[in-house]
Design a protein around this ligand. Structure first.
Ligand SMILES: CC(C)(COP(=O)(O)OP(=O)(O)OC[C@H]1O[C@@H](n2cnc3c(N)ncnc32)[C@H](O)[C@@H]1OP(=O)(O)O)[C@@H](O)C(=O)NCCC(=O)NCCS
Length: 158
């Protein structure tokens, strides 16, 4: 995609990126799965819960958020943070507006995240995706990520 540029996060991006992320995770959200099973918990729906993950990203390392921009509008982002002591770069979130998908922007964002890790002297990167997220599974393996474990999320009423 020719007209896409990438830049670091700015506080003015906050609302737009949070909304893009919550919309993007419709269908691939653990909290949405919980809500489908148990209904809304404590008055907060899955969108509110997913939105908090973006708050976590900003709080943990706002400079580690790389934003994709088209026509001066943010269209998605990848969040990163680095655990220097453990030697790992982490990618907690990656989201794009539906119109911008399938054109290589997601791949480019992951490549930029990996470059950020390399620039910081980091040798390994970690990312998680759901089994049902076909795009995530294909994208990450095609970029050299290898599956090392599967996890099951259990939830109970107590
Ligand atoms: C994940 C996401 C950011 C990928 O961005 P994207 O720009 O659409 O992806 P790209 O165009 O760069 O495609 C990269 C690779 O993803 C895979 N892919 C893309 N679209 C796909 C589709 N519809 N079905 C299966 N795989 C697909 C392919 O492996 C593709 O590489 P290829 O074109 O060389 O075969 C985007 O689809 C998105 O926002 N999804 C919703 C949120 C989400 O699932 N985030 C990740 C959670 S772990």
């Amino acid at each position: 995609m020719d007209d896409v540029t990438f830049r670091s996060f700015q506080p003015a991006d906050y609302e737009q990126l949070k909304r893009i992320m919550v919309d993007a995770f419709d269908g691939v959200s653990i909290d949405q799965g919980i809500e489908a099973e148990y209904g809304v918990v404590a008055g907060h729906d899955w969108r509110w819960r997913k939105g908090r993950h973006f708050d976590d990203d900003v709080r943990r390392d706002a400079d580690g958020i790389i934003v994709a921009v088209i026509d001066a509008q943010p269209v998605g982002f990848i969040s990163t943070w680095i655990d220097h002591e453990a030697g790992f770069g982490h990618i907690p979130n990656l989201s794009l507006t539906p119109e911008c998908r399938g054109k290589g922007v997601g791949r480019r964002l992951v490549e930029l995240a990996l470059q950020r890790f390399r620039d910081a002297g980091i040798t390994h990167a970690k990312i998680e995706t759901l089994v049902q997220n076909e795009i995530g599974n294909r994208l990450y393996t095609s970029l050299g990520f290898r599956e090392v474990a599967r996890q099951i999320h259990f939830v109970a009423e107590v």
